[in-house]
Write a protein that binds this ligand. Structure first.
Ligand code: FES
Ligand code: ZN
Length: 314
């Protein structure tokens, strides 16, 4: 039996979307992802007409797909400006390829590209840090330092570049996994911080996540169908055992009960106002570096201080 795309009825389908029952051809699939992103952008009012938007561009498939889509959407906001921001943590044989892909995409789209490294910002690479901490037992893995230090780097450089928004490529899957992980860790307060648009505060560039309602496999297929060159190797420091288990659990659930990811996401959305009201968070400035902090020292400074106490020569 010859099947045709449910939308246009003309071309053969390349994708079946279990939660909606649609079979879509290449063109209709690409348009449907772009439409979903446009809807998310307008639902959460992510951009204003004259925004300067920094796109966090790691060089992986999600961030490259985000750059391509925002570049298209930007045409509807002629006064908005877009630039890409890549953080090079210093992971040999891994990050170089990603930075190369990021650079290539920016050249192709004629988007300004800024690359900053951990070495410039913190004086060491993630590789050096990983070697130092490998003998210390504890919960902190290279990846847990990396996440905190990368977020700081993105915010600081985006702000210095005059960005009004910082767009990241977190997908529906990332958001659901993070919220479930917070539950597993017993840290309910953090659920309210997983938001499609963060409020923004002094020195804190507002973060927006245009893919927060697009499943990860659709973002990946979008990147693939667009012929985006992306890195397929996985970061050597990304074991994150618990997140992997949560990801597998959610994917199993979705396979057996299509639409579960969206339902989990919506349930958390309904819970968040109550969580926020129970745990109001106040931002002030870090006593050491002056960056935004919810405690006397910001999280990066707390990590860096404890590292330097153990390894004065880091
Ligand atoms: Fe976390 Fe690479 S250090 S993914
Ligand atoms: Zn600080």
């Amino acid at each position: 039996m010859l099947l045709f795309c449910n939308k246009c009825g003309r071309s053969p389908p390349v994708f079946f979307r279990p939660y909606s029952g649609e079979r879509l051809c290449r063109g209709c699939f690409l348009r449907s992802v772009e439409k979903q992103v446009r809807q998310t952008v307008s639902k959460y009012r992510m951009f204003r007409e004259q925004d300067k938007i920094a796109v966090a561009l790691s060089g992986g498939k999600d961030s490259l797909a985000l750059l391509y889509i925002l570049h298209r959407i930007e045409k509807n906001f002629p006064k908005a400006r877009l630039f890409a921001l890549t953080v090079d943590e210093g992971i040999p044989h891994y990050r170089e390829e990603a930075v190369k892909n990021a650079r290539k995409a920016c050249e192709e789209l004629n988007v300004e590209h800024v690359v900053v490294s951990f070495r410039e910002l913190y004086g060491f690479t993630l590789q050096t840090l990983a070697e130092k901490i490998k003998d210390i037992r504890g919960e902190m893995t290279p990846c847990s330092y990396c996440g905190v230090l990368r977020r700081r780097a993105l915010n600081k450089v985006a702000r210095e570049m005059g960005a009004d928004k910082l767009a990241t490529a977190h997908t529906l899957d990332d958001e659901v996994q993070t919220m479930l992980l917070n539950l597993v860790h017993g840290d309910i307060r953090r659920i309210s911080r997983v938001e499609a648009v963060t409020p923004g505060a002094e020195k804190l560039v507002q973060r927006v996540k245009p893919f927060s309602e697009v499943p990860e496999n659709e973002v990946a297929l979008y990147a693939y169908l667009k012929g985006v060159d992306f890195q397929s190797s996985i970061c050597p420091y990304a074991p994150q055992a618990l997140r992997t288990e949560v990801r597998e659990f959610v994917n199993r659930l979705e396979a057996r009960h299509p639409g579960s990811k969206f339902k989990l996401y919506r349930s958390f959305e309904k819970l968040k106002p109550a969580v926020k009201a129970s745990f109001p968070s106040q931002l002030s400035q870090c006593q050491l570096c002056g960056e935004p902090a919810s405690q006397p020292l910001c999280e990066p400074c707390r990590l860096l201080e404890s590292l330097r106490a153990k390894f004065p020569k880091l």
